[in-house]
Design a protein around this ligand. Structure first.
Ligand SMILES: O=C(O)CCC(=O)C(=O)O
Ligand SMILES: [Fe+2]
Length: 317
């Protein structure tokens, strides 16, 4: 009857909204830029077979300038979430990170707020930075109920959904390649706001440099164990693996260094990684000395990704 309707109005369409696919949310250039950040700064992730680059990590390792591309994306995602879910309250970003799901990675049925330490999460946003089929196989996102019931990752597309049990979902195992995402969680609880953490790291590192300090762009590697990727009982250093994929390897910065140790440095490169070093390719060693492995990896990744995307870079190694 009219009376009942007035007393308890049916939920509006907006209150029923649980998820939305946003095709073409990021440009191909933005996807490439974020890929560069991740391939040069990624560390061992929060799940097995996952590499991640969180914003606090960038801020804490002298890479504050690499936060810039994330700033407008976070705001646009926050706007999209607030308007689609009709939020009449403040929303804070709880986590922002680039995540690559390597071969073997998957996640079973869950909702994103399903652990006591995750209760603060209200909404999830996932942006896909590369393509199912072309860059990796497997890795479809599936939802238990409702539409869309599955999402095939396409570079630039984003999906937003509530973090509660209306969105029980899973990700199929990645069987080949590396599936790359930008993942954010939003919270209503300001004590989980990511921004004050970022500002505090920035004030301890990049922002405290004098503008004239020419070293202000040099990344500071985190501890070696953050780059250790466990795989098949053993594992590898993520920095070495990334450099290897680019066709280069880390080399000692001088002949004396390589002769002073009995083992060939190429056999045990991890020792080299925190110190000034060079890079090489097959029998060649290039002249430039980098401040550390992360510095070399950033420069090399930037040059190669720029070259591959047709950017006319004048940078010479
Ligand atoms: O990457 C995706 O498609 C979803 C990831 C996910 O479910 C999670 O990280 O909780
Ligand atoms: Fe999830």
């Amino acid at each position: 009857t009219m009376a009942t309707t007035a007393a308890s109005p049916p939920p509006t369409a907006a209150e029923d909204n649980v998820r939305l696919l946003l095709p073409g949310f990021l440009s191909p250039e933005t996807c490439k830029e974020l890929e560069f950040v991740h391939r040069s700064c990624g560390t061992a992730g929060y799940r097995p077979s996952v590499v991640s680059t969180s914003l606090p990590h960038l801020a804490a390792t002298g890479c504050g300038h690499l936060l810039l591309p994330f700033v407008p994306i976070r705001e646009r995602l926050r706007d999209a979430v607030e308007s689609f879910f009709s939020c009449h309250f403040d929303l804070f970003v709880e986590f922002t990170g680039l995540v690559s799901w390597c071969k073997g990675a998957s996640i079973g049925w869950h909702s994103d707020d399903n652990k006591p330490y995750l209760r603060q999460r209200a909404f999830t946003a996932v942006c896909y930075l590369n393509n199912h089929g072309k860059d990796f196989k497997g890795g479809l996102l599936k939802f238990q109920d409702g539409e869309p019931s599955s999402v095939i990752p396409v570079a630039g597309d984003a999906v937003i959904y509530t973090a509660d049990n209306r969105n029980v979902h899973c990700v199929d195992e990645v069987t080949e390649g590396e599936r790359l995402t930008l993942t954010l969680w939003f919270t209503r609880d300001s004590s989980f706001d990511e921004d004050p953490k970022l500002l505090s790291f920035l004030s301890q590192t990049s922002l405290s440099y004098e503008p004239a300090d020419q070293n202000s762009y040099i990344p500071l590697p985190a501890s070696d164990n953050m780059y250790w990727f466990s795989y098949d009982q053993s594992g590898f250093d993520i920095r070495c693996a990334r450099m290897h994929i680019l066709g280069f390897s880390f080399r000692a910065s001088s002949d004396e260094d390589s002769k002073s140790t009995s083992a060939a440095p190429a056999d045990d490169p991890i020792e080299l990684l925190g110190k000034p070093l060079r890079i090489g390719r097959a029998d060649d060693v290039f002249g430039k000395i980098f401040a550390n492995s992360l510095h070399a990896l950033q420069v090399t990744t930037f040059c190669i990704l720029s070259f591959l995307s047709g950017f006319d870079s004048a940078v010479r190694l």
